[in-house]
Design a protein around this ligand. Structure first.
Ligand SMILES: C[S@@+](CC[C@H](N)C(=O)[O-])C[C@H]1O[C@@H](n2cnc3c(N)ncnc32)[C@H](O)[C@@H]1O
Length: 279
């Protein structure tokens, strides 16, 4: 018998609960357009259970009744499912490798199109802006656009404000902290010059079309929430967005789906930084 925490929390058989959960996800999709139906079931189940427990109900049907009468609950469920953990220079070794890769691929005088897909509160996009400010010539930086998109409009609003608590900057060197951040009460704010390079927008990569003609694409710690089917579907968009010869950065625990792997070469071993083949 499986006595994992998940099973202890649930007073009913997983099969029955998952059928109800699927029905709930269908309802959320038809009501709100948020398509979580192909997110990893184990993760979605845990997140939905959390809300059921918070609202003191034990069935998806009862929870659905709450959703129907309480718009705020929709928002709470949404932010529970779309996990927004991030920080500046998350996995510092990956960003160090990215710096080396960029220098080997793009000239300092070339304007670039960069995309942080699933950008949460903007830490990843501003990290890319810092790296590119240090590599590119001032003219090339002027001609560079970093797009940062996320499904969650409130995260995007927050990202535009560019205010962070000190913990988010634990991987930022003292020199970079001074150069790219202003200290203010309760934390740090990204300086205007760096903020200005990043353009934020709301984009649901499951339902919307991707951006195009991208030279550097970071899509990190997003595929881990998708099932295999959705990983393929979304990767097709990522692949379409990225120029030949462009650089792709995935999260540590993520991999290129097998049907696309032949189109990419890993640039630095031990990291998930790839270059799309030019042919
Ligand atoms: C764990 S965070 C990753 C943040 C950053 N990329 C990093 O690696 O630090 C995952 C982000 O993906 C976003 N997300 C989830 N589903 C999405 C979707 N369908 N389209 C776009 N963003 C999505 C979430 O809102 C969240 O901000």
């Amino acid at each position: 018998m499986d006595l994992s925490q998940e099973n202890i929390e649930r007073p009913y058989a997983q099969g029955g609960f998952d059928a109800d959960l699927s029905a709930l996800l269908d309802k959320i999709y038809s009501r709100k357009g948020w398509d979580f139906r192909n997110y990893k079931m184990s993760s979605v189940r845990r997140r939905v259970m959390k809300r059921l427990n918070a609202r003191n109900v034990s069935s998806c049907a009862d929870y659905l009744a709450i959703l129907e009468s309480d718009e705020v609950e929709y928002g709470k469920l949404f932010s529970n499912i779309t996990i927004k953990v991030s920080e500046f220079f998350r996995e510092p070794e990956a960003f160090a490798a990215l710096e080396d890769s960029i220098a080997g691929v793009f000239s300092r005088c070339q304007g670039l199109r960069v995309w942080s897909c699933g950008s949460a509160y903007g830490e990843e996009a501003y990290t890319l802006a810092i790296i590119l400010s240090e590599y590119l010539s001032p003219d090339a930086l002027d001609n560079t656009k970093i797009f940062a998109t996320d499904i969650d409009v409130s995260a995007i609003d927050c990202a535009r404000k560019a205010r962070y608590r000190e913990e988010s900057l634990r991987n930022v060197s003292v020199e970079r902290k001074q150069a790219y951040f202003e200290e203010e009460e309760g934390g740090f704010k990204v300086r205007f010059g760096t903020r200005n390079v990043v353009k934020f927008g709301c984009l649901d990569i499951v339902s919307n079309s991707p951006l195009l003609k991208i030279d550097i694409l970071a899509c990190r710690n997003l595929f881990i929430y998708f099932n295999k089917f959705l990983q393929e579907e979304v990767f097709r968009k990522i692949d379409y967005a990225l120029n030949r010869g462009g650089i792709l950065m995935l999260g540590k625990a993520e991999a290129i789906p097998p049907s696309f792997a032949h189109r990419y070469d890993r640039v630095v071993s031990g990291t998930n930084i790839y270059r799309k083949r030019a042919w």
